[in-house]
Design a protein around this ligand. Structure first.
Ligand code: ZN
Length: 176
């Protein structure tokens, strides 16, 4: 048993640097609690890459603080939008809508601006969306987990609350 633990620990120490699998780690930890030197560099976390976007603070009320996102084709992404403002949702709500390539964000925003009942998401144009985060009131957060398009290109995102797109509440996801 002991020899097996030691060989597991050596194996783990040798492999962990280049390998994110951790199925040998428990044995290595149990057998060699003092072997702190074997602690590997943190492996990349599994799951989607998180992109945090804030909107609606005092100095930047109708903008996203992230307007440019780069992704690899087919990358798993999680966008987390936080409305940092204090005004009521009906006066200063924010959402986040990512559109397919070739969609017209201005037309989408125009259609959305009258669709209050659906959080300013225009039902008729729903099939142009890749992902979206519903309308957020003050201090609320929402998220969308999705797969980036596999086709390189620029994909527009925007807030469809009335007038926000026109004022500049928009950005671009670039897949390359
Ligand atoms: Zn907005």
């Amino acid at each position: 048993m002991k020899a097996q633990f030691i060989s597991s620990a050596l194996l783990a120490a040798g492999l962990l640097a280049g390998c994110s699998k951790s199925d040998t780690t428990p044995a290595a930890t149990a057998a060699a609690p003092a072997a702190t030197a074997a602690t590997p560099a943190p492996a990349p976390a599994a799951g989607p890459r998180t992109i945090a976007i804030q909107a609606g603070d005092a100095t930047n009320a109708m903008k996203y603080d992230v307007t440019s996102i780069e992704a690899k084709p087919g990358e798993q992404l999680k966008v987390v939008l936080t409305n940092a403002g204090t005004l009521p949702k009906t006066a200063m709500g924010h959402n986040w809508v990512l559109l397919k390539a070739g969609s017209d964000p201005a037309a989408f925003a125009t259609a959305g601006s009258t669709a209050a009942a659906t959080g300013y998401i225009p039902d008729a144009l729903k099939d142009q969306m890749i992902a979206h985060i519903d309308l957020l009131g003050p201090k609320e957060s929402g998220e969308a987990t999705f797969t980036a398009p596999t086709t390189p290109g620029d994909y527009p995102f925007l807030c469809t609350f009335p007038a926000h797109f026109l004022i500049g509440m928009k950005g671009t996801l670039t897949v390359k």
